[in-house]
Design a protein around this ligand. Structure first.
Ligand SMILES: [Mn+2]
Length: 314
């Protein structure tokens, strides 16, 4: 694959250019408040008019999984139709060996096919004010582009601010990276709280919760508990139900936790999808591929699991 080779060989100026093109595309989307078939308000994308949907979960620097999935969905043809959407759930970097290659590729896809690609934000693309331990991206960049690491990383931080925080498709599917925010005020103002989460992240927990939360079985009030991750919270099925009701959607799709390709929680209204293999050899990589008719037919996340595919990895 040409893209795979370019990602492996790119020099610093080529890489910087890809990041700038992705920034330009995402900036334009926020200015015009639109993407083909839908609307964009800050960190929230809502897409109604759609033909096919593909979703890729956490990659964590696993460019082999990424290029295998891209080849299986025939990405050139898939992305040439602006009514098709390839959505990434975030966590492109860290843990695996090729964060730079993955970032190069996803920036290229967003830069060249802005209407068919949605890049969501993971906790590994968090603002610099969220210190967390496993962030080796800055070192990997410096290793590859010695002497230019700082400059490249600063540019990536600018790009991270523009990544999508929640994507709603056909009023059926609500996608986030980690989980749903637990506070009543965030749920009451659901569209605005997500749209403005990046801008409000110092005084509100919404961004942190979208990026870090995990679904758990929690029966007791207030329906959430602190997370052992140090950031974010565990949320119960009551919180999931309230968000589904707010958006009028039927299922929640998120990444953030390794699993056997996918996992169902909260009485099958929530699916976790994971797409990387390299850093988690004991788990499975998977992705999702379905058309609008199939999406319209789902009643919960269990129905979505029919459309989970496993990339043929060595
Ligand atoms: Mn994550």
């Amino acid at each position: 694959m040409q893209l795979e080779q370019s990602a492996a060989e790119a020099g610093v100026s080529d890489f910087m250019q890809k990041i700038e093109q992705a920034i330009g595309a995402m900036h334009e989307e926020r200015q015009s408040k639109s993407i083909a078939g839908g609307k964009v308000e800050g960190g929230l994308a809502e897409i109604n008019d759609l033909e096919n949907l593909a979703v890729i979960g956490d990659l964590h620097g696993d460019s082999k999984s990424l290029f295998q999935i891209l080849s299986e969905i025939s990405y050139d043809r898939f992305l040439s139709n602006p009514k098709n959407k390839l959505v990434f759930l975030g966590d492109y970097v860290d843990r695996g060996s090729d964060s730079v290659g993955v970032m190069y590729a996803v920036c290229h896809l967003k830069g060249t096919c802005p209407d068919s690609v949605v890049l969501m934000r993971g906790n590994h693309e968090a603002p610099a004010e969220f210190p967390f331990s496993s962030h080796k991206l800055p070192y990997e960049i410096e290793e590859r582009f010695s002497g230019c690491g700082k400059e490249v990383y600063q540019k990536l931080l600018l790009m991270f601010k523009l990544l999508t925080l929640a994507t709603v498709v056909r009023q059926n599917l609500l996608m986030v990276h980690g989980g749903l925010p637990t506070e009543d005020a965030a749920i009451a103002t659901f569209r605005e709280s997500i749209a403005n989460a990046q801008e409000n992240h110092v005084r509100s927990r919404v961004l942190e919760e979208l990026l870090w939360n995990d679904p758990r079985q929690i029966e007791t009030q207030p329906g959430w508990e602190m997370s052992r991750r140090g950031l974010g919270r565990h949320f119960g099925s009551g919180i999931s139900r309230r968000w589904l009701q707010a958006f009028g959607t039927k299922a929640i799709l998120r990444g953030h936790e390794p699993c056997e390709g996918f996992r169902l929680d909260h009485d099958n209204i929530l699916m976790t999808l994971f797409s990387c293999k390299e850093a988690y050899p004991k788990f499975k990589a998977a992705y999702l591929m379905l058309n609008a008719e199939q999406l319209d037919g789902i009643n919960d996340a269990r129905d979505l699991s029919r459309y989970v595919r496993y990339p043929e990895l060595p």
